[in-house]
Design a protein around this ligand. Sequence first.
Ligand code: FES
Length: 610
Amino acid sequence: MITVTFKPGGESGRVEPGQTVLEVAHELDVPITAPCGGRGRCGRCRVIVANGCEEPTQAERDLLTGEELRNGFRLACEAVLMGDAQIIVPSDSRTVGGKILSEDTWRHLELSPNVTSRCLELPEPSLADQRSDAERVADGLGVPVADLHIDHAALAEMPGVLRANKFAVTAVMVGDTLAAVRAPHTEPCCLGAAVDIGTTTVVAYLVDLRSGERLATASDLNPQARHGHDLISRIEYVESTTTGLDDMRRLIVDLINRLLGEAVAQVDARRRDIYELTVVGNTCMHHLFLGLDPRNLARAPYIPVTTQPMVLSAEEAGLAINRAGSVYCLPVIAGFVGADTVGVLLVSRMTERERPTLAIDIGTNGEVMLWSGERLLVASCAAGPAFEGGEISNGVRAANGAIERVWLRNGTIGYATIGGVRPNGICGSGIFDIVAALLDSGAADSGGRLADASAAEKLAEGIASRLRGEGSTREFVVAPGGDNGSGEIVFTQKDVREVQLAKGAVRAAVELLCAEAGIGTDEIDEILLAGAFGNYIDRRSALRMGLLPDLPPERIQGVGNAAGAGALAALVSTAQRRYAAELARRAEHIELMANPRFQMAFADSMIFPD
Ligand code: FES
């Protein structure tokens, strides 16, 4: 065995010799970026190794300069460790999602769920003790029977369960309601589910509320998409027919019921073992789930029906869980700032920091949150779907075959696809990288214009040969196709413009929030990136295109799936529910559309940095 230590994190361990640095890094949980999947093609997994390695491979000699090799630079996926080694991982080679804040927060929460269970050993009735069954249970719980609300089904089962178990039972409480009396030591005893209703995907996490352990996960696409992929189309559907709202509600409720069924089946439990659900989603998803009219969200001044946390019975929500179960919907903040944003505020703990902190969540909509150290400001901006591959000629969702990484090396472009298969399009993280590579190579200028024929003459051959077309139909070939051109992946002039619009909207929102808070963007201490966006994009590409204020990459970190984490936190902890509600109240929503300064900032922010 050999001893390997990573710096600056200090992770260390005894491992088998003969493994690559990347394999050992995975074993010791050290986040090293590997855009080409460790195939020795991108040259991005660079680390510094003083000794303990075999000689550099051909791929390392091709991708690293002579000077880099002399200074001890190696490719983590190629360098094989044979002896004790100290390895320095430069900030450029660390992955953005290495530390997921939401996971950290979730693991360290103190359990205080709204659903609790108590083991009761009750004296059996006798002629000298003729208390009713309900009174006997209430006394066991230490609650006057007159004050104990007992669910009717629990009451109906009570005599049989008490006698079958010789009066030693488990009582399950949902808040102040006795929801069930069960045989002792029944497993699972009390379950809860956290549901994240995304515009595209819906995820249900099943949790054991006694241990806080996540037992199962089930997810599927949001079936409301058949009435439109974006929020506005779905709201238009609600407007277009008298049954629109009911249709939308039924679609999402039926899906959640199905997902809960799948989740309980995974752990051999029953739906009636689920006593509580917590729900997050953007404001439109929240309204459609609750059957609240979303029409005013789509038109100025964008008013939601309510922003308050909502508590419903399982029956009111139409959910097939325990009859006495309840449903808790986290609060929303404004028409376009929903409970998903509350999730980011909750799990990132950004308001507990002393220095100004920025958080950004980008989906079809962009939400920007700024903690100035005193004020919490939030805004939403219409980033459009460009960063998710929408409106991009060869844009696709992140799935097998999507180009997820692009890099510039030795005067040409390299790329990696999800699953390492033939490319079938470009997903969000690839789009960021392509724009950064176009700017770095000179194939696009700061105004977003692709180099014309005369400008292309000055570019490296490997770049110039990929540019073709004229004016607005100019395009860059990212991946050549087969002999007949099929399967070719291009990035067009129009695609660059779409990215500029999206990036301009987000950056302008950042500028405006900073101005409102009276701080400069250079005073921001840390940037938190939420959701898939935060986990997968390359920070350097985001910085290169000017999406983010200029901070060292190591001060930018992923928050993970904050919406789901927010729902989980609220499920296992009533204290977190209160905290989420307080954050939602405290957040000052800044409306950007009506603000003339936003339009000016937007125009400036469309420019890419030189
Ligand atoms: S991950 Fe090592 S070269 Fe790409």
